[in-house]
Design a protein around this ligand. Structure first.
Ligand SMILES: [Zn+2]
Length: 182
């Protein structure tokens, strides 16, 4: 469901339901974009959560995808990656996530774009901004770990169909790859 900004939004915004300041417990003055605490001066802004993802491409041009082990979207195919930690350099986060999920050391190359999506449902839902790089393996053999149930190499012409792709941005993204010449 578009929100008029060309992206997706969850029904539950970042600040939805916030009533009291998490720092001092006093009642907040808030709307869906911003919450301000008159007592301690804290200001909280609603935002999309930044995540990083890698399109890992092998020497033969095949693409490495991960089948998700856990909800949301357990059992569906996803790019490798995850949420950035606070203050973490995006490419450091990308290397960290790949190492955690696959045991691989990767080196990011071209930036492929930024894709808005949602993650999960209900009170745990988040609006997520996915930053995506093409990456190559520098060292290691892929072994699924962490929140990955299975890793598999896909030829470009045999990428998983949309109904087997996690989230909303992955299927159109992979569809673009299948039709790309490079
Ligand atoms: Zn406060």
């Amino acid at each position: 469901m578009g929100d008029g900004h060309g992206g997706y939004r969850t029904q539950m915004g970042f600040l939805t339901g916030w009533r009291f300041c998490p720092r001092c417990g006093v009642q907040l003055d808030s709307d869906d974009k911003r919450a301000e605490c008159a007592a301690c001066g804290s200001v909280y802004y609603a935002h999309s959560v930044p995540a990083v993802a890698a399109l890992v491409v092998g020497d033969d041009g095949h693409v490495l995808l991960a089948r998700r082990a856990h909800e949301p979207d357990a059992g569906l195919w996803d790019l490798l990656g995850g949420f950035l930690e606070e203050g973490e350099e995006p490419l450091d986060g990308l290397r960290r996530e790949l190492l955690e999920e696959t045991g691989l050391e990767v080196e990011p190359h071209d930036f492929l774009g930024a894709f808005l999506d949602t993650y999960g449902e209900g009170p745990q839902a988040a609006n997520v901004l996915n930053l995506v790089w093409r990456a190559r393996i520098v060292a290691g053999q892929p072994v699924s770990a962490d929140d990955v149930a299975e890793l598999r190499w896909f030829p470009r012409e045999e990428l998983p169909p949309p109904e087997e792709c996690a989230f909303r941005w992955v299927a159109p993204f992979l569809g673009g790859l299948a039709s790309a010449r490079n």
